[in-house]
Unconditional design. Structure first.
Length: 360
């Protein structure tokens, strides 16, 4: 006897899956998207639904998705609760890019055949925008305009079996530890996949235990979400020709670099989950670090950001601000999402493997 059906629309953004549930079959109450996330974390029904869609045989260890919920107010088109195999996250740039494409594809947000439509989304970390670019009736690119992003701490020593890592804690909608992979003798490539996961998990756990990953205004956003392991591509400081003069973009930031900064990264988040895309919120975090280094800025350098599978995002700084005493940037990350399928999952009350299992 079938007791439940769950309809989803699936996309991938630069190779990373995003499973959208528009009609969520369990209650997700709350006064805001952030409050809904906090309640979902303690909701048996919400957790069971998340696990069912992430776990095998309906999902896999690196599955990602979102539940559509009402926005906080009329200023946004929709809200979303992001989820993965280990829980509910506070931010997701690749998911926001997919949601922009989905909102336009479904007609939820009207868009011109040629031009740009903004899809405003409330997420647990704040309000973000998916700027959908259209040409000849097709979506051709989506900009993810993120919440203010900023460095929390630099040069934190983290012991690992591969030697001591030097980590930067940075907020891009979630808190990441950013580490140069080459200082640990690693390259960001599929052949190093297992080693990258192992060291990424260890760095996250060590820094979390140290209690330094504290959000300055909202404790619900504290804690290390993942580790960004990156490497330079080409000469340090860039090497890909760019255009436009560098500018000084405000207190705390040095002059922008007129060259493209070209880097490759893998983001290991939650408990060993690997982002196949260059990671949207992780790219925002890397832009905040590069701004703090004086390598990017408004009107200056762009970040050409590759993933472990070779897909790319482009990152730019579109503004600066402050969060308390901390200088912050407004990052914009550009990519593209493609629909991969529509599913009607069924949950049979006689199935002994519900909500499923995870093997890695």
């Amino acid at each position: 006897m079938i007791t439940q059906t769950i309809d989803t629309t699936d996309y991938h953004t630069a190779g990373e899956p995003f499973r959208i549930v528009a009609d969520v079959p369990v209650p997700l109450p709350g006064d805001s998207v952030a409050d809904r996330r906090a309640r979902a974390v303690t909701s048996t029904a919400a957790q069971a639904l998340r696990q069912t869609l992430c776990s095998e045989p309906r999902g896999h260890a690196d599955m990602y998705g979102g539940f559509i919920v009402p926005p906080d107010d009329a200023g946004a088109h929709l809200g979303v609760l992001f989820w993965h195999k280990d829980g509910f996250s506070t931010a997701c740039g690749h998911g926001t890019i997919a949601l922009g494409a989905w909102a336009v594809d479904t007609g939820l947000v009207a868009a011109p055949d040629d031009g740009v439509a903004d899809v405003v989304v409330d997420v647990p970390s704040g309000r973000v925008t998916a700027r959908v670019h259209r040409a000849a009736g097709r979506t051709v690119a989506v900009d993810f305009v993120n919440v203010p992003s900023y460095v929390l701490a630099r040069d934190l020593p983290v012991p690992t079996p591969r030697g001591e890592a030097s980590a930067t804690l940075v907020y891009g909608g979630a808190i990441y530890a950013s580490v140069d992979a080459t200082t640990l003798g690693l390259s960001v490539d599929p052949a190093s996949y297992g080693d990258l996961i192992a060291v990424g998990r260890e760095i996250k756990r060590t820094l979390d235990a140290g209690g330094l990953a504290v959000h300055p205004t909202d404790p619900r956003l504290s804690g290390v979400y993942g580790t960004i392991l990156y490497e330079e591509v080409g000469e340090p400081g860039g090497g890909d020709p760019g255009s436009g003069p560098g500018v000084n973009d405000g207190p705390g930031f040095g002059p922008g670099n007129s060259n493209t900064v070209h880097q490759r990264n893998v983001t290991v988040f939650a408990d060993g989950q690997v982002d196949r895309s260059p990671c949207g919120s992780g790219t925002a975090a890397r832009l905040a670090v590069l701004a703090d280094d004086g390598r990017v800025g408004v009107g200056g350098a762009i970040l050409r950001h590759e993933s472990i599978v070779g897909s790319e995002f482009t990152g730019t700084i579109v503004g600066t601000t402050r969060v308390g005493d901390l200088p912050a940037v407004i990052p914009q990350v550009t990519g593209m999402a493609y629909r991969t399928g529509e599913h009607r999952f069924v949950v049979d009350d006689a199935d002994p493997l519900v909500p499923g299992f995870v093997l890695r």
